[in-house]
Design a protein around this ligand. Structure first.
Ligand code: NDP
Length: 466
């Protein structure tokens, strides 16, 4: 595909506005050809022993670790996140491959008691060709969430990265080939969502599709897949609440809120997007929060000492600015930030100040929608019940956290909040072995852990009669 005289889409560096590289713009026919290659590769890969599949995945993880510096720089340059976050993401990818490589050989069914018909057992089998559609915010980690379980289970995979961030994905796919992955086992298809993503969603050759992206596109993918009988996993948007009770460790909660919101410039599905603080500690809390937020140094993520990079796209930047300006028209109180940065070193990039907004009105977009950027609304609440009411007032149900020393608060919050994952005294961290996913408009199905592996396998029952 790379050798052909094809149309290519440019990839921009969000910190400098410069063209960083390009990727091939696949047509529907190209995608279908990749699906055919994956189909041809399936028999051999599914019959390769789990031990050999594991060896290849371990080897790929090891090369990714060896080349993490080069890969992290490329990821920062195409996505915008700061270098330490990019390194974490590359290591996170390797962690996921290693986790699934380590359990591939343990995949098994179970024996059933003897019945009137004889003996029976179940076994787990791969599904065939699977599909994956990936967003631009965590392109490498999410590639791992899908590649690890799909390939460990013996499937082949056709994966579409976002056209904004295909470059690191393509490099990692090359590494996986170098590690011994046979041709066709992992096909990367680049290009636009409607053509390339649409072709994957509509294909009858794809048995399961794991999509990560916004809730709106997720609904479109459901519509396009309708009637193809593929198994859908949808990891969609979120508007995670974080609740800080009066007995919380305030300094720890302030740090959790700052990293939870401003990590990846606020562009993370499970970022802290709404903060509810008990009124008894509100003033002290927001004083410390403001101080810590104002210490974040914004800039090109490749530079040392920078704590937050640019937003990934101009559209994203303008959207955040529009939301904040709308709120300002309603005379909300901006505690810090609130503006685009566009002078000097910031001129060509997509930079926005880390922003705190205090007590926006109840029907504000900041408390209702998914805000994908560095803006955090903080609301004072009089009790845990009020906080849970607020927390559940959006269409989303991805993550949620409560910060407290009280087991009773932790218990009541985890019972009452609508979320796929609940943290106590933490937010955002999800290791490979822990399943997570969303409820309501945040999606269906789970990534990570054994739950994700199950999404890529079918259970077959065998009954042996005498
Ligand atoms: P989008 O929904 O815009 O895009 C996601 C992917 O879908 C991209 O590869 C895109 O292609 C593709 N796509 C677009 N249109 C279609 C279509 N009609 N059919 C099939 N595929 C299509 O999301 P973003 O890239 O903007 O990512 C941000 C969103 O992802 C946020 O809402 C965030 O919360 C969510 N997310 C959820 C996670 C979770 O685990 N729940 C984790 C991370 C992010 P292209 O852009 O190349 O045109």
């Amino acid at each position: 595909m790379e050798d052909r005289d094809t149309v290519r889409g440019e990839v921009f560096n969000p910190a400098t506005g410069e063209v960083l590289g390009s990727s091939v713009t696949f047509t529907t026919e190209d995608v279908n050809a990749s699906i055919d290659s994956a189909k041809n590769a399936f028999l051999e890969w599914s019959q390769t022993s789990a031990r050999i599949r594991s060896v290849i995945l371990f080897r790929a993880a090891s090369i990714v670790r060896e080349e993490q510096n080069r890969l992290s720089e490329l990821l920062t340059s195409e996505q915008g996140k700061i270098l330490p976050e990019a390194k974490n993401e590359i290591q996170g990818f390797a962690n996921i491959l290693e986790y699934y490589a380590s359990i591939a050989g343990t995949i098994s069914g179970y024996a059933l008691p003897k019945s009137d018909y004889g003996y029976a057992f179940t076994k787990k089998e791969p599904l065939g060709v699977c599909g994956a559609i990936i967003p631009w915010n965590m392109p490498v980690l999410i590639m791992g969430w899908k590649t690890g379980p799909a390939l460990a289970a013996g499937n082949t995979l056709v994966l579409k990265p976002s056209q904004k961030t295909p470059l690191t994905t393509l490099k990692i796919a090359e590494i996986m080939k170098r590690a011994g992955l046979p041709d066709g086992v992992l096909e990367i298809v680049t290009g636009s969502g409607d053509i390339v993503g649409g072709a994957i969603a509509k294909s009858r050759e794809i048995s399961a599709l794991s999509f990560t992206g916004s809730s709106g596109t997720g609904a479109e993918v459901e519509r396009l897949s309708c009637g193809t009988h593929k198994r859908l996993t949808l990891e969609l948007g979120g508007s995670d609440p974080m609740v800080v009770c009066s007995d919380a460790d305030i300094d720890m909660a302030v740090s959790g809120a700052v990293s939870g919101r401003f990590f990846n410039c606020g562009q993370t599905c499970t970022a802290v997007k709404r903060l509810f603080v008990f009124e008894e500690i509100f003033d002290v809390f927001i004083g410390k929060l403001k101080e810590k937020t104002e210490k974040i140094s914004v800039g090109n993520g490749l530079l040392k000492g920078v704590g937050m990079g640019p937003l990934n796209s101009r559209e994203g930047l303008f959207e955040i600015n529009k939301i904040v300006r709308e709120e300002l028209d309603r005379e909300i109180s901006v505690l810090t930030g609130g503006n685009i940065l566009n002078e000097g070193q910031f001129r060509e990039g997509n930079f926005f100040e880390p922003t705190l907004v205090v007590n926006p009105r109840e029907n504000s977009r900041l408390l209702r929608d998914e805000i994908f950027g560095p803006v955090l609304p903080v609301v004072s609440v009089d009790s845990l019940d009020t906080a849970i009411d607020y927390a559940n007032k959006t269409e989303f149900g991805l993550g949620a956290s409560v910060w407290t020393k009280s087991l009773k608060n932790a218990y009541s919050f985890s019972e009452g909040v609508d979320a796929g994952i609940v943290w106590v005294n933490k937010h955002l961290k999800i290791p490979p072995e822990i399943p997570f996913g969303g409820e309501k408009s945040s999606g269906t199905g789970r990534e990570n852990g054994l739950s994700a592996l199950d999404r890529y396998m079918r259970e077959k029952t065998v009954i042996i009669s005498p």
